[in-house]
Design a protein around this ligand. Structure first.
Ligand SMILES: Cc1ncc(COP(=O)(O)O)c(C=O)c1O
Ligand SMILES: [Zn+2]
Length: 367
């Protein structure tokens, strides 16, 4: 039986299909030891993120994932430009639903299937909702997705195409999360939240495992966009596991990127605060990272500090400029994903530093 522990007060719980936060409102983490990594075992699995299934908290030999997977993971890692041979882009838009969220959704929905749930609810700025909807369809689990009525119409169309019920809410991203949480509690169903459910991070951690295999080690720095921190925390946990197994000598520095118009984490970092206070989103084109009150802010700030990383904020005009610069190199990303590249352009890298930039979502997803 899996156990969960509150990140704030340390209270422990047995995992159930409907428990999603602590009585004190804190976020829950999995109680688990660092997995013992057996690299030789990876080749026993298909060439997808499920190569690393033995590092995930599923019972040994569990095969549930086989009926959930759509081949996600093992995305290309390629040199950004022949003139910058130490800078790589990881093309995570080459996923079944065209964003990195498939990493977390595939693993989280595998857990939902294992728990025997018949319905899930999630809230999203778009991409996580699309990924959860697709994998819910794959597992034959009913799914409601709560999102803003201003979400990119292409993302909404994609979610509906997978048969999910879309609940369009007028309000802030926080209002939308609150509406979903109210429905979860009222209907007593599984909250397939990429923020609250720690299984999502068991999926996004494979981002680190793949980079480790692709460059045969760890890069010096990771540029990571951050709203709720699902890629950031996943990458951190993945590299930490590799480090604790003695497979790499250091955890890469995390350079976390936010849009200036909605940057609670940058503010907290600059003020040396333990967790982020909510800000007002004054409007950003980067819809995927417009999170004014990230629930895991304490963990995100700790992760960046632990790696000697830093935070960078990006102006709106820098986002569009970065998007065209990337397109000129052949990479067509959605607007939110251009923030990462803008962050890279602002980051004062040291000579010879090896850097990985994620290309999180496909260009055709944007308005
Ligand atoms: C394209 C894109 N990039 C980055 C992110 C940021 O992810 P997170 O909010 O988990 O930090 C998102 C989240 O929706 C996204 O859609
Ligand atoms: Zn608690």
């Amino acid at each position: 039986m899996n156990q969960l522990i509150c990140n704030d007060c340390g209270k422990k719980y047995e995992m159930t299909p409907t428990l999603w936060k602590c009585d004190c409102n804190g976020v829950l983490n999995l109680v688990k030891d660092t997995p013992q990594i057996d690299i030789a075992a990876w080749n026993h699995y298909p060439n997808s993120l499920w190569r690393y299934v033995e590092t995930m908290p599923f019972s040994k030999g569990s095969k549930t994932w086989e009926s959930v997977t759509m081949g996600e993971g093992q995305t290309p890692l390629i040199v950004l430009d022949p003139h910058e041979p130490n800078t790589y882009v990881k093309v995570d838009y080459m996923m079944p639903t065209l964003s990195f969220k498939d990493r977390g959704a595939a693993v989280l929905m595998t857990k939902a299937k294992e728990l025997g749930v018949s319905k899930v609810i999630a809230d999203s700025s778009g991409n996580a909702g699309t990924a959860i909807a697709a994998y819910a369809a794959r597992c034959e689990i009913a799914c409601d997705i709560y999102l803003s009525d201003e979400t990119s119409p292409k993302k909404i169309a994609q979610i509906k195409a997978h048969g999910a019920t879309v609940k369009e809410i007028r309000g802030t991203r926080e209002d939308i999360a609150a509406a979903a949480q109210k429905a979860v509690d009222a209907e007593n169903v599984f909250y397939a939240s990429h923020v609250y459910n720690p299984y999502f991070f068991e999926g996004t951690k494979t981002y680190a495992y793949e980079i480790y295999e692709q460059i045969k080690g760890a890069p010096d720095a990771l540029i990571i966009p951050v709203g709720n921190g699902t890629l950031l925390l996943g990458a951190y946990y993945g590299f930490k596991e590799l480090f604790e197994n003695g497979l790499i000598q250091k955890i890469p520095k995390i350079i976390a990127i936010q849009a200036k118009n909605c940057a609670p984490l940058v503010k907290a970092y600059q003020n040396a605060e333990e967790s982020a206070s909510p800000v007002t989103n004054t409007g950003t084109l980067a819809e995927g990272i417009a999170i004014a009150a990230p629930a895991r802010s304490k963990q995100i700030l700790e992760a960046v500090q632990d790696t000697n990383g830093t935070f960078i904020d990006i102006e709106e005009d820098e986002i569009l400029n970065a998007r065209s610069k990337l397109s000129e190199k052949g990479f067509y990303v959605e607007v939110t994903s251009a923030v990462n590249f803008a962050g890279y352009m602002k980051y004062k890298k040291e000579a010879k530093e090896t850097i990985v930039i994620p290309l999180c979502g496909a260009g055709i997803k944007s308005k």
